[in-house]
Design a protein around this ligand. Structure first.
Ligand code: NDP
Length: 292
């Protein structure tokens, strides 16, 4: 039976560590990091994420600014708000909750955020830095996944890794980070031939597909480490719903050496990494070293 990688406990430790560092920059530099979260519309899942981001930001001792805009908000009005936040010295991180309503161009909005205040790592310049292995803001979900992998395995050098999924926000940056750690990386996607065979060769399997329980236990090499990024809501027999990952946990956990559960694996790490990125940007903007 695999070791269960406890993302909830890992995230709680990371957030406590961030809160300690925030207290130091407050005491020593009079700096309180501030994160602004912008939500357009009333998507229920987005509302839940925004609420927990606000709560955890405040718990880490940072200022949290929530901007909830009507679903009819024009792109020009949204850009005007971002401009205002770009110029607000109390705001060090700006996060626009995705997805945005259809009439708004996500790319223009994301790229209108001042690069020094980007905490998502989705801007083109961040993507470039991650792809050449340079310092910079790393997208939260891949960053959290890497922290757990390194904690579990120590050095990743020379390991065979497969990332199933090639999205700009998870799959591609995850592959770049694994490569930077000297893994031999395969990126798989919907056109990959013999996906089970590709997965079976890997010491590290990262699933970011968005297909409930697609990766089966007999796709996993015995002893491999499995990071399940997927969050899928499926119907239960009693008519209710439950969350499952992209990996069939029951069978995969019989074969893997270590595995993240869903829920309670990668998910909780994503917000912790958002706070990590906000602290980094606040320190950079103010010429302060991030405390050790
Ligand atoms: P996208 O839909 O943007 O990308 C999915 C990727 O999976 C695509 O590259 C697609 O290939 C590939 N894919 C789809 N079907 C198959 C298949 N049958 N075989 C192989 N590859 C396939 O998803 P995201 O990257 O945004 O998210 C992935 C999952 O992670 C989702 O469940 C999402 O909810 C979750 N997620 C979780 C987060 C967290 O905090 N834990 C944060 C972000 C996402 P192709 O490119 O060829 O179409």
């Amino acid at each position: 039976m695999a070791t269960i990688i406890d993302g909830k406990a890992f995230s709680a430790n990371l957030r406590a560590e961030i809160a300690r560092k925030v207290e130091i920059v407050k005491q020593n530099h009079g700096l309180t990091p501030g994160l602004a979260v912008v939500l357009v519309g009333e998507d229920p899942a987005s509302q839940v994420y925004v609420r927990s981001k606000g709560k955890q930001t405040a718990e880490a001792g940072m200022n949290s600014y929530e901007h909830k805009l009507d679903v009819e908000t024009s792109q020009a009005d949204l850009l005007a708000l971002i401009d205002q936040l770009n110029n607000d010295p109390d705001v060090h991180g700006i996060l626009v909750q995705l997805p945005l309503p259809k009439h708004i161009d996500e790319e223009s909005v994301i790229n209108s955020i001042r690069v020094e205040k980007d905490v998502d790592g989705f801007q083109l310049s961040d993507v470039g830095r991650v792809s050449i292995g340079a310092e910079g803001i790393v997208p939260c979900t891949p960053l959290g996944s890497m922290m757990m992998l390194k904690d579990q395995l120590g050095s990743l050098s020379g390991k065979r890794a497969i990332v199933v999924g090639r999205s700009n926000i998870v799959g591609k940056p995850m592959a770049a980070l694994l490569l930077a750690e000297s893994c031999t990386v395969t990126i798989a996607h919907s056109r990959t031939e013999d996906l089970p065979g590709e997965c079976r060769r890997a010491d590290i399997v990262v699933a970011a597909v968005g297909r409930p329980e697609m990766v089966k236990g007999d796709w996993i090499k015995p002893g491999a480490t499995v990071i399940d990024v997927g969050i899928n809501r499926i119907e239960k027999e009693d008519g209710g719903t439950r969350l499952v990952g992209d990996v069939e946990f029951k069978s995969a956990s019989q074969v893997a050496g270590a595995i993240t559960p869903v829920p309670g694996g990668v998910g909780p790490m994503t917000i912790a990494c958002l706070l990590h990125n906000t602290l980094q940007q606040a320190c950079r903007l103010n010429g302060v070293d991030v405390p050790e």
